[in-house]
Write a protein that binds this ligand. Structure first.
Ligand SMILES: CC(C)(COP(=O)(O)OP(=O)(O)OC[C@H]1O[C@@H](n2cnc3c(N)ncnc32)[C@H](O)[C@@H]1OP(=O)(O)O)[C@@H](O)C(=O)NCCC(=O)NCCSC(=O)Cc1ccccc1
Length: 154
């Protein structure tokens, strides 16, 4: 099977701290389709992404990774619903309207985290997603996200 290009690497002019390919100080989150409405992301934390104790991943970094993975899933889905490849033609932007994270267990800093997102509902203006974040096979966080379509000049 041909290797997929990450969704973020197809979104034009994305300078986001969490997922912008051109943001050299950013997290560089990368997401890939795994099914019709499902995407996956593997993110390897760096030591300075720690919480108070140095062995756990910071909660804001967890929220940012979830935010970027889910919103970019909504953006890619927006292009797909329009029958276009991500990045082709008029830009499609979604913004985070709601990000509701539940922290279930700490995520160790020295292991990759796996994010799995699923689109649970979509309408003209918004896409609703559910996301899990796991580390070493243990569930660390769940999130419910509302991505809202914004104008192409957003
Ligand atoms: C755009 C919006 C979120 C909503 O605009 P409005 O004019 O108020 O929208 P409107 O009232 O027309 O509703 C349309 C539909 O949406 C629904 N809905 C709306 N809000 C909520 C809600 N809170 N919760 C739940 N649902 C909500 C509403 O019910 C309606 O649903 P309906 O169709 O009736 O079923 C505005 O409040 C805003 O700009 N907020 C700041 C966003 C921001 O700065 N985010 C952070 C930066 S982005 C980032 O970091 C990610 C990123 C990464 C990489 C690349 C790109 C992005």
């Amino acid at each position: 099977m041909a290797e997929q290009i990450a969704i973020q690497d197809r979104i034009p002019d994305n300078h986001c701290f969490g997922c912008g390919p051109d943001n050299r100080q950013g997290l560089q989150v990368k997401s890939y389709w795994t099914g019709d409405d499902e995407t996956r992301c593997e993110f390897t934390p760096q030591s300075h992404h720690c919480a108070g104790p140095t062995h756990y991943l910071n909660g804001g970094i967890i929220a940012t990774a979830i935010d970027c993975h889910t919103i970019c899933t909504a953006i890619a889905d927006g292009y797909r619903q329009a029958g276009r490849e991500v990045g082709d033609g008029e830009k499609i932007w979604f913004a985070t309207g709601r990000l509701d994270v539940q922290y279930k267990a700490p995520a160790p800093i020295d292991k990759p985290v796996i994010l799995e997102a699923k689109i649970v509902d979509r309408s003209e203006r918004k896409t609703v997603l559910h996301c899990t974040l796991s580390s070493g096979g243990r569930l660390s966080a769940t999130a419910d996200v509302v991505a809202v379509r914004v104008p192409d000049k957003w």
